[in-house]
Design a protein around this ligand. Structure first.
Ligand code: NOJ
Length: 541
């Protein structure tokens, strides 16, 4: 059972170092987030995911944790986190923290102890081979020459992120150091994971986005043991914290939901369908490949089937059991949605994302069309992701209202373009993207037919053609969403996408007025270039 609040959830992802700096050190912090809750409330979102904010050397922007129980001093204190949860709850928000279960920083005291020659309590908390010369084992990234102990450790991501030991699904008898999931080390780590989750749940968070959720048990084809592990956690949550949610970074919703996650992201790295929606082919990229074009591009060369073929079957598979989470972007994705797109183009992307099933996620700044800054030196392990992690642009001016620090002390630079997108500018313009996004979020929240598990059906989605039309319905209400992200106007006819008696009063809820009309044998949708609409087809009699 999903916690009921997920049904109408619209999430906002906050990258804490780049959101709002309250103390003038050039880095965002938790009091800064608290000071912007009113902004988020006015935007209309009702759930927040905060990237890791725990103590860390920040070699991977906080995905390298050195103390799971302590807020990083640069972000504030545990008392600030408690206050954030309270203030968020008072405004009706649910807050997800980022859980990084697969690895710690190599600076974590657990790992430092685990590196020791002398066997100790922590020796089996990480994945170690039995010799410093076992450099290459298929399926593992082994790091040699680091520890006092004569062994190599497995890294989960960067070299400084040693993998915690959840064991191997099928330990290879040739390598006796591969422990089973039931061995004492893996079982202790599993208990620790639960303890960490409980610590923050008790403090007041509403669950977790789970980093690399599929990566815990090694040598686990089909994720048999990884699934068992998460199902055990989910059973515990259902019992003790039934209002909390788990959303995975897995990009394989069928597997993730089977494993007990309430929702899973589709991400460009794991889903070719999602990648085909927004990510434009770049010069020298897959320009001549019909699948290399974004559907949400005025040139109109996209192919929505690439998304729908994947999505429709996934949707059928997980329907009623969990959510597919579609996102505008995140801290790992470059370029941002707003790169090379106008407010009109972006409105189409948002209208799509905010009308689809599952839980939509808005990456901070996408609601004002922030762009990726190209060519920045890597910051905290960001590499090519760095330019999508720049400070939120609240106002004009050199520091964009993000911080009172001198510009050279900012976590990352502000968009140098004159008139760069910012909240203050867009607040004063009723046609701005920010205002449009607000209206779309309000529409979603007001209509259960647009909520997470309301029914979804493609009405028109043809290979290489525009528009996209889909139906959403719940409790007798039926809505049609029509989207034409391409320059050329479109006009199509289709039979009535519902059965049963109904009073046919078409009402425009958003977008092009009279875009949808009744014809003798069905309905006609006519949309100018780069436009869309949401239409109510009345209620069942
Ligand atoms: C996925 C996170 O989103 C990414 O930012 C991080 O670098 C890796 N996992 C490693 O934790």
């Amino acid at each position: 059972m999903n916690p009921s609040w997920l049904e109408s959830a619209v999430f906002y992802q906050i990258y804490p170092q780049s959101f709002c700096d309250s103390n003038g050190d050039g880095i965002g912090d938790l009091p800064g987030i608290i000071s912007k809750l009113d902004y988020l409330q006015a935007l209309g979102v009702n759930a927040i995911w905060i990237n890791p904010c725990f103590e860390s050397p920040f070699q991977d922007a906080g995905y390298d944790i050195s103390d799971y129980y302590r807020i990083a001093p640069r972000y504030g204190t545990n008392a600030d986190a408690r206050q954030l949860f309270t203030e968020a709850r008072n405004r009706g928000f649910h807050v997800l923290l980022d859980l990084v279960p697969g690895h710690t920083s190599n600076a974590h005291p657990w790992f430092q102890a685990s590196c020791k020659h002398q066997p100790n309590e922590y020796s089996d908390w990480y994945l170690w081979t039995d010799s410093g010369w076992t450099w290459e084992i298929p399926g593992l990234r082994l790091i040699s020459g680091y520890a006092e102990r004569d062994a190599c450790y497995a890294a989960n991501f960067f070299y400084f992120q040693p993998a915690l030991n959840y064991g191997f699904a099928d330990p290879d008898p040739r390598y006796p150091w591969q422990q089973s999931v039931d061995a004492p080390g893996p079982q202790t780590v599993r208990r620790k994971l639960r303890e960490i989750m409980e610590f923050w749940l008790v403090m007041g968070c509403s669950g977790f986005r789970v980093d690399m959720a599929a990566s815990l048990v090694k040598n686990d084809p089909g994720w048999r043991e990884t699934t068992n592990l998460w199902r055990e956690i989910r059973a515990w949550l259902d019992r003790d914290y039934p209002e909390s949610a788990l959303v995975s970074e897995w990009s394989h919703p069928a597997a993730a939901i089977q494993a007990g996650f309430h929702g899973d992201f589709l991400l460009p790295f794991g889903s070719a369908g999602y990648a085909s929606l927004f990510r434009k082919s770049r010069p020298g990229g897959a320009g001549s490949d019909p699948y290399g074009f974004s559907f949400f591009d005025p040139a109109g060369h996209g192919n929505i089937r690439q998304f729908l073929d994947e999505y429709e079957s996934l949707y059928q598979e997980i329907k009623g059991r969990g959510l597919i989470c579609l996102t505008t972007g995140n801290h790992d994705i470059a370029p941002r949605l707003g790169t090379d797109r106008t407010a009109d183009d972006l409105e189409m992307c948002f209208l799509f994302l905010l009308s689809m099933p599952g839980a939509p996620f808005i990456y901070y700044g996408d609601e004002i069309g922030m762009r990726t800054l190209e060519g920045l030196p890597s910051k905290e392990g960001g590499l090519s992701r760095t330019g999508s992690r720049t400070p939120m642009q609240w106002t004009g001016g050199p520091a964009a209202g993000f911080s009172s620090a001198p510009v050279e002390k900012l976590y990352l630079p502000i968009d140098p373009a004159p008139g760069f997108p910012n909240v203050a500018l867009q607040e004063s313009d009723p046609h701005s993207l920010l205002h449009r996004v607000r209206r779309m979020i309000a529409l979603r929240r007001a209509h259960p037919a647009l909520w997470a598990s309301a029914d979804f059906q493609t009405v028109y989605g043809e290979s290489g053609k525009y528009p996209l039309v889909f139906r959403r319905s719940a409790s007798g209400e039926t809505l049609l969403v029509g989207l034409n992200p391409a320059h050329d106007p479109v006009s199509i006819c289709f039979s009535q996408p519902f059965t049963g008696e109904r009073s046919m009063e078409i009402q425009t809820l958003y977008g092009i007025q009279q875009g949808l009309t009744v014809e003798s044998d069905g309905l006609r949708l006519s949309l100018p270039g780069i436009s869309g609409g949401v239409y109510s087809l009345g209620r069942e009699k």
